[in-house]
Design a protein around this ligand. Structure first.
Ligand SMILES: [Zn+2]
Length: 165
């Protein structure tokens, strides 16, 4: 048995995701499934048989989400506001704000990170607006942001540590 690694960044933090295209669905039937790296967001096909991890459970969400409390300022085409990020992944975030945003709005986020002087700057698209908050999907450059990936990795390690304590 061997752990599956991301071919791009060589990390083992890889999750099997649902097939999307017809080709992916056909390949999935033959045992080759799409996987998504949780570190660099790279999506790639791999043989799933004999993989101890991530197993045969298909995660509904493509990215592991981390609950956070991060202060945020954002600007859009017509808007400028502040809020809090309550849930963060390499693929997007959930924002609480009193400001009204619309689905498909593109916004630029400045996120204050603990212990860091300069804010994280990310571009995102609003995907949903509901009672839980404003759901945003990061644009490609944001998904490849090394500081975001590093922050999420730290959070994961911290929660693993506190889980053991
Ligand atoms: Zn990767």
């Amino acid at each position: 048995m061997w752990a599956l690694r991301c071919p791009l960044c060589d990390k083992e933090s890889v999750v099997r995701v649902p097939p999307e295209s017809l080709l992916e669905r056909a390949a999935d039937l033959l045992g080759i499934s799409p996987f998504r790296c949780q570190f660099c967001s790279h999506r790639f096909p791999a043989v799933r048989w004999g993989r101890p991890q991530p197993g045969h459970v298909v995660e509904r969400r493509e990215f592991r989400r981390t609950p956070v409390q991060l202060a945020l300022a954002f600007t859009g085409d017509q808007v400028r506001g502040e809020g809090t990020i309550v849930d963060l992944s390499i693929g997007g975030c959930l924002i609480r704000s009193t400001l009204h945003l619309c689905v498909d709005d593109i916004i630029y986020l400045r996120v204050a990170l603990p212990r860091q002087e300069s804010p994280l700057e990310l571009a995102a698209m609003v995907r949903s607006v509901g009672s839980r908050g404003i759901g945003c999907k990061f644009l490609r450059a944001a998904r490849e942001d090394a500081r975001l990936a590093e922050f999420l990795r730290e959070q994961e390690e911290e929660s693993a540590r506190s889980g053991q304590a």
